[in-house]
Design a protein around this ligand. Structure first.
Ligand code: 13P
Ligand code: SF4
Length: 330
């Protein structure tokens, strides 16, 4: 087995796996044996979604992390999500199949620079999108996700001055929806900024009945064309309830697995990106594999930890978000 240091360099425990093993059976056995729960984001590969105990968006996943009675939370997602789970359940062991499953959006907001930015607006309240580091959350007043960002802003007095970070696209969307003047950090997600307006227009000509559904991390040019805008759970619910049969999906393509499972007979087309590749995969989310999930459960490594002083500060804005969301029935 790899040492702790080797895991830190590579991001995961690398070990021979007997090809005769049925990894689904093994993971289910380990869940029972270790009282572990597997929480997976919709952008994970289909096998991981299928073995998970709970699949959801960032809000749903943090709600689950806060209430689970498992001893081990295995987070099939990216680093900031596992950190959020650890902050909410510090007494539990939180595992991430690949420690290097990061996030370009979280990386676009280094805490030392955000601290300086914040100092320029001393009378502003800080709302941070959950896609950021634990250190950034510790500097925030309220955290939000794409499911509740509009409602969180609306829950504050109209004259409250607000800094919103790190996603400028979600921030601009929330500013538009709420009519508030938000001070935005200039960050973005590499996956949601890649969609091509021209290619989507051509695709719509070939599928005139298709509805364009988009995540609010997309740029305004894409959101302006969209028939529906929502978080991953929002997009899934919209497509499932809709009478329409064809959808162009402007978010990471992993969500299409659940869309197809819940809607046999409907067509889901990934929105085309601005490059030669036909897929919209998040390279960070897709670092996790079924093999790494199995090994991390077997070895209980890599583990995600957060310093106690950061937990103490970061838990408040996350709990504030969960409280507002519960009051609003989100
Ligand atoms: P949600 O699943 O909360 O919509 O977030 C999307 C995302 O980019 C997660 O990294
Ligand atoms: Fe981060 Fe974007 Fe990947 Fe989500 S899809 S984890 S925001 S890089």
């Amino acid at each position: 087995m790899d040492t702790f240091e080797e895991i830190n360099v590579k991001g995961y425990a690398d070990e021979y796996i007997d090809p005769a093993l049925d990894l689904f059976d093994e993971i289910n056995r380990l869940k029972k044996e270790k009282n572990a729960v597997v929480l997976a984001h919709y952008y994970q590969e289909p096998d991981i979604q299928d073995i998970a105990d709970y699949i959801g968006d960032s809000l749903g996943l943090s709600q689950q992390a806060a209430k689970t009675d498992a001893d081990i939370i295995v987070f099939a997602g990216v680093h900031f999500m596992a950190e959020t789970a650890k902050i909410l359940s510090p007494q539990k062991k939180v595992l991430l199949p690949d420690l290097k499953a990061g996030c370009s959006l979280a990386d676009s907001c280094p805490p030392h620079l955000f601290r300086k930015f914040k100092e320029k607006y001393p009378d502003h309240l800080v709302i941070t999108y959950v896609n950021c580091t634990a250190e950034l959350k510790a500097m925030s007043d309220i955290v939000c996700t794409s499911s509740n960002a509009v409602q969180i802003v609306e829950s504050l007095p109209k004259d409250q001055k607000i800094i919103f970070g790190p996603d400028k696209n979600l921030g601009a969307y929330v500013a538009k929806r709420t009519g508030r003047d938000l001070v935005l950090w200039n960050g973005a997600c590499m996956v949601h900024e890649i969609f091509s307006r021209e290619k989507i227009t051509r695709l719509k000509e070939r599928h005139p009945n298709a509805k364009l559904i988009a995540h609010p991390e997309c740029e305004d040019v894409i959101l302006k064309m969209a028939d529906y805008i929502g978080s991953t759970t929002g997009l899934l619910k919209y497509a499932t309830k809709s009478e329409d049969k064809e959808f162009i999906v402007a978010t990471e393509s992993g969500i299409i697995h659940q869309m197809e499972k819940k809607n046999p007979g409907k067509l889901f087309i990934p929105a085309p990106p601005n490059n030669q590749c036909a897929c919209n995969d998040c390279p960070h989310m897709k670092r996790n594999t079924l093999e790494k999930l199995f090994l991390c459960m077997k070895n209980e490594m890599p583990e995600v930890t957060v310093p106690a002083d950061i937990i103490e500060k970061a838990v408040k804005p996350i709990e504030r978000m969960l409280k507002i969301s519960a009051q609003l029935g989100l």
